[in-house]
Design a protein around this ligand. Structure first.
Ligand code: BES
Ligand code: ZN
Ligand code: ZN
Length: 472
């Protein structure tokens, strides 16, 4: 999807006009019959089609809300409502303008383009299924605003594509290759560390999880280092790249609990998507991404409960459940991040069922040691992107739950506060300002929800992009 600034005098077959209240219909140069019809039928949030046969006018009423971020979300949802109409009409391009300054075409276009995402790679009739919409022209926003939106939407689509890829394609090596490809396309530098290198670095967490696998682990590093970056020390993004989570020897045993586990690299996908977006938009922020990747499965030499492993930083961990694998490879990556002397580290992971149970698909669970201003800025970015943050506490008491009789830590803390004990485990491996985002709830959906499609949602890209944009 191409999103562009509308140039003067430009016309298109399909036009959208956003209005805040019915009275604004009067300023739109409708003929009397059209105005009468529109006044009678317009409903808040759902587009009304005025069919002029030679052109199509879509009137969209969105009432401004008590907070700007809520209005933005109402606009995204209204944009998504137009997706099916445009498919029926076969529209290839569209112009969007607004009759009210509280209503930005940007958010409408965002919902429309996010809502028209499709993953068609494995359909034999992919061409026939393809949504015809190619171009959206916006009246009002600046070139830069449009470019930022485009980068963010592209990054989100890439993340969704990666999550939707099954293990039959997306092994750890393939995830690294995709990260490299996407990185190069967006001007990032790329380093892929292969199994041998990971072994020589003694990344015991990543290697333990990989032991049951036929496929080698990978650890990918992406870097965006623009001239004139606003930060002296980098911001490091870490993404959980478990390309498939069977649970390992502690095999997932509850009904359907394995069905969507191709999405267990949703954190990695979000990090790759956000890096791509930052690269495409050339945000003046020095960024590094770390992506430890493997599948987690039982196998001849798989790690087992009771094993004691030595992590990259030398910490010993008693493995009590091989299904708590994400924290093991994230811990190695977080310890590795120290070498960059980071200003801030943010990790994203589909880490715990507990986070999903706590808040569902409606937001991200966040916790960390970063300063209040950083957490507040992330909170604002979460509202603006509507990838909202629910902050959980990292109270000291939770640490007790990770005590092992034989090693420095154990990898599970029991049922109480499951999302937090996972975070507490990660905290042990950090010595810099850090935020952990558990996206287990919203990363993958069984059915579409507004502009979030069934399957991979790309959650995480938009909050990160908003946050990084605000820093620059
Ligand atoms: N990948 C899962 C978490 C998950 C669950 C993500 C549901 C998305 C949807 C993770 O590796 C896991 O299995 N966590 C266990 C941890 C437990 C064994 C301490 C969990 O949450 O049950
Ligand atoms: Zn697991
Ligand atoms: Zn997992």
């Amino acid at each position: 999807m191409h999103i562009k600034v509308q140039s003067s005098g430009q016309t298109a077959l399909h036009r959208v006009i956003l209005i805040a209240k019915p009275e604004q219909l009067e300023n739109l140069k409708l003929n009397q019959a059209e105005q009468h019809y529109a006044l009678k039928h317009i409903k808040n949030g759902s587009p009304l089609l005025i069919n002029r046969y030679e052109s199509f006018l879509h009137l969209v009423q969105v009432e401004p809300q008590d907070h700007d971020y809520k209005t933005a979300e109402a606009l995204r949802r209204a944009g998504n409502m137009l997706v099916s109409t445009l498919l029926e009409l076969g529209s290839e391009s569209l112009m969007v303008g607004s009759a009210d300054e509280a209503l930005s075409p940007l958010h409408f276009a965002e919902g429309l383009s996010l809502g028209s995402y499709q993953f068609l790679k494995y359909f034999s009739d992919a061409d026939a299924r393809k949504h015809p919409l190619r171009e959206i022209y916006l009246e009002g926003p600046t070139e830069q605003e449009v470019q930022h939106l485009q980068a963010c939407v592209n990054g989100t689509s890439k993340a969704r594509d990666l999550v939707n890829e099954p293990l039959s394609f997306l092994t750890a090596e393939q995830l690294a290759a995709e990260a490299a490809r996407v990185g190069k396309e967006n001007g990032l530098s790329v380093e892929i560390m292969a199994q041998k290198k990971i072994e020589s670095l003694k990344m015991g967490g990543l290697l333990a999880v990989n032991r049951g696998s036929e496929d080698p682990a990978t650890f990918t590093v992406l870097e965006h280092k623009p001239k004139g970056a606003v930060n002296k020390r980098p911001i490091v993004l870490v993404g959980k790249g478990v390309v498939y989570d069977t649970g390992g020897m502690s095999l997932k045993s509850t009904a359907n609990s394995m069905d969507k586990m191709k999405s267990d690299m949703g954190g990695a996908a979000a990090v790759i998507g956000a890096m791509a977006a930052a690269g495409e938009a050339n945000l003046p922020v020095h960024l590094i991404a770390l992506i430890p990747a493997t599948d987690n499965r039982p196998g001849k030499n798989a790690y087992v409960p009771g094993d004691v492993i030595t992590m990259y930083d030398g910490t010993t961990v008693e493995v009590m459940n091989t299904d708590a694998e994400g924290r093991l490879l994230l811990a190695d990556a977080l310890a590795y991040a120290q070498k960059y002397d980071p200003e801030l580290v943010i990790d994203l992971a589909t880490l715990t069922g507990a986070a999903a149970v706590a808040i569902g698909k409606f937001g991200l669970v966040g916790m960390g040691t970063a300063s209040t201003p950083v957490l507040d800025a992330l909170d604002v970015a979460g509202q603006q992107s509507y990838e909202r943050l629910a902050q959980f506490p990292l109270w000291e008491e939770y640490r007790e739950l990770l005590k092992s009789p034989v090693a420095d830590l154990k990898n599970v803390g029991g049922r109480e506060g499951g999302a937090i004990t996972a975070g507490k485990f990660l905290e042990h491996f950090t010595d810099y300002p850090w935020v952990h985002l558990d996206i287990a709830g919203p990363a993958f959906l069984n059915s579409a929800y507004h502009y979030l499609p069934v399957g991979g949602t790309g959650v995480g890209v938009r909050i990160l992009f908003e946050y990084l944009k605000a820093q620059s």
